[in-house]
Design a protein around this ligand. Structure first.
Ligand code: AMP
Length: 210
């Protein structure tokens, strides 16, 4: 199955992608994670993307389109994949179409904006393995320490309030129109992401089979 996860930043796409990966045994591909890793490694891609990402803006289409083109060529994508955070603009969706990628379903994860803001401002991520925690909704066993690898938990630069507001406005302007784009193609399913992780995951799997 080839799936796109749509939804505002903080809607829980990454968490759900991890859930669906296990259930369907297909890889989750997050352009955000790929760019963050490039940034950490100091690669050319990381250097180009840094300022956009830190300001909550979208990285230019041609850069992310190239990333996806390369990633989808890898062996593990043969039986399908979940795209988390791509496409984010109509131009990116059109590029995916012109690569000949046949998407089965686009699942839009809807969450109220005030919950999104609470989720993102409280989010802390492990600086080593990228695992995600929350200061009140999903606390680590030891404050500031990753349960998975013992690394230090930090706040992503783009999870600071002013950047969150910018990311939400970029989402509304540039990414939300994708709902109409995929609805017209008969591929859109909407799931409300306010339940717990397990229930939302089940709702998403059900929506994919419709
Ligand atoms: P995410 O982890 O998906 O919230 O992505 C973090 C940041 O990476 C975004 O705010 C953008 O700066 C950049 N990014 C990730 N995916 C894309 C994309 N498909 N198009 C443009 N920028 C992206």
């Amino acid at each position: 199955m080839k799936i796109i996860l749509l939804g505002a930043p903080g809607a829980g796409k990454g968490t759900q992608a991890a859930y669906i990966t296990k259930a369907l045994n297909i890889p989750a591909i997050s352009t955000g994670d790929i760019i963050r890793n490039a940034l950490k490694s100091g690669s050319e891609l990381g250097k180009k993307a840094k300022s956009y990402m830190n300001e909550g803006k979208l990285v230019p289409d041609e850069i992310v389109i190239d990333i996806i083109k390369e990633r989808l060529k890898e062996d593990d994508c043969k039986n399908g994949f979940i795209l988390d955070g791509f496409p984010r603009t109509i131009a990116q969706a059109e590029a995916l179409d012109s690569m000949g990628v046949e998407i089965d379903k686009v699942v839009d994860l809807e969450v109220d904006e005030d919950l999104i803001i609470r989720r993102l401002t409280g989010r802390r991520v492990c600086k080593d393995c990228g695992s995600s925690f929350h200061m009140s909704m999903n606390t680590p066993k030891n404050e500031g320490i990753c349960d998975n690898c013992g690394g230090t938990l930090i706040q992503r630069k783009d999870d600071q309030l002013s950047t969150i507001m910018e990311r939400l406005s970029v989402y509304k302007e540039q990414t939300e129109p994708l709902k109409g784009y995929y609805e017209q193609k008969g591929k859109l399913a909407i799931v409300y992401g306010t339940n717990d992780i397990e229930q939302t995951g089940k709702d998403m799997l059900a929506a994919m089979k419709d």
